[in-house]
Design a protein around this ligand. Structure first.
Ligand code: ADP
Ligand code: MG
Length: 358
């Protein structure tokens, strides 16, 4: 497929009000040319509204949208030249696969020979060669979604928008499609905005992830940074597994569960502070450590085999439940038993502190 130079996208203080509800609350966002950016947030957080406003199906209440240096805020959808994939495949049931994929080219009045060539290329890109004569009802869910993807890229859109495209598929197929979408993006380099409420999917696919809640972007970072340096309690809870514990500050020193807390991480502004512990960064011991720093004591409440790992649940003295993930092959002392006392320990570099809102 021919390549066009990728374009950047800029949201400038975009607000969308529905009555008293701000579906988008003064969103400013810059997407680099060729970037794969994911909007991640719970249901009702404004993800679809952001895509619809960008695609031109919804007019923002205020603010500006700039694509490739050009203000498109008032440009009608068909003139924006964006490919869109929805959760429901939205294929035309009475058309063949090839006719479905050719549709955007037909709308643009491209010559027949060019249409045939591009449809064949697009079907090859989504690994559906030989499926052109089938009808949508002769395809599996994953194949239908690949047809929808082929139809969205066949006219070489400037931007590709996808709204929860995999959420109707089962887990295995979803994970296979995630890898295909990533490879397709690597090959085509189209600036892409992808919407999901699935944090794993967001981490898997994206160059950067924008966590959105209540119509506001709460954090925008590459996947690893988002996971390792959440800037608020909301992001820490939403991205990855974690245990979040209250932190006290006394005379400038930090304490968690009454024990001294040491961190090499920056302290966030604001109070109250919370400690974020990722389950795979906590270690367990069956005897009290020599030093109380960064330790927590509790009772082993459950130990669950989950295939690649063991999940230990520890009821801390103050009542909270601490999750610890251990590799399945880890040597576990015989004395680690349900109902027994255990000590958890974490390194100062793994002690991530967040405030409520970041
Ligand atoms: P998400 O895609 O993250 O689930 P949406 O963008 O669909 O969220 O919705 C964001 C908020 O805007 C929600 O509170 C939703 O109820 C509201 N909303 C979205 N579309 C409309 C609409 N057409 N009319 C009224 N309210 C809407
Ligand atoms: Mg939505």
């Amino acid at each position: 497929m021919d390549r066009r130079a990728p374009v950047g996208i800029r949201f400038e203080a975009v607000t969308k009000l529905y009555g008293a509800v701000a579906a988008l609350d003064c969103v400013s966002l810059e997407v680099a040319p060729g970037e794969f950016l994911t909007l991640l947030g719970p249901s009702g957080s404004g993800k679809t509204t952001l895509l619809m406003v960008l695609a031109g199906f919804t007019r923002p209440t205020s603010g500006r949208i700039v694509v490739g240096g050009e203000d498109v805020t008032r440009t009608p959808p068909h003139r924006r030249d964006f490919g869109v994939v929805f959760q429901s495949y939205a294929l035309f049931p009475h058309m063949t696969v090839a006719q479905n994929v050719a549709y955007p080219l037909r709308m643009r009045g491209r010559p027949r020979a060019e249409m045939a060539r591009r449809v064949a290329e697009a079907l090859a890109l989504v690994r559906l060669e030989g499926f052109g004569d089938r009808r949508p009802d002769q395809l599996s869910g994953g194949q239908k979604q690949r047809v929808a993807l082929a139809r969205a890229i066949v006219f070489e859109p400037r931007v590709l928008l996808m709204d929860e495209p995999l959420s109707a598929l089962d887990k295995k197929l979803r994970e296979a499609m995630q890898i295909e979408i990533r490879q397709l993006h690597e090959r085509l380099g189209i600036t892409t905005i992808y919407v999901t409420h699935d944090q794993r999917e967001a981490l898997t696919l994206s160059d950067r992830v924008a966590v959105i809640d209540g119509g506001r972007i709460r954090q925008l970072d590459p996947p690893r940074l988002l996971y390792e340096e959440p800037r608020s309690r909301f992001v820490a809870e939403f991205v990855g597994e974690s245990t979040i514990l209250p932190v006290e500050r006394r005379n400038g020193a930090l304490f968690c569960a009454g024990r001294p807390l040491r961190t090499t991480r920056p302290l966030p502004p604001g109070e109250p502070l919370h400690l974020v512990l990722r389950p795979e960064r906590v270690r367990l011991a069956t005897s009290p450590p020599a030093e109380p720093v960064n330790t927590l004591a509790g009772t082993l409440e459950d130990l669950v085999f989950q295939g690649e790992s063991l999940l230990a649940e520890i009821r801390l003295e103050a009542g909270e439940l601490l999750a610890v993930r251990l590799p399945t092959g880890a040597e576990l002392s015989d004395s680690i038993r349900r109902g027994g006392t255990v000590w958890a320990w974490f390194a100062p570099e793994d002690a991530v502190l967040v405030s409520e809102t970041g």
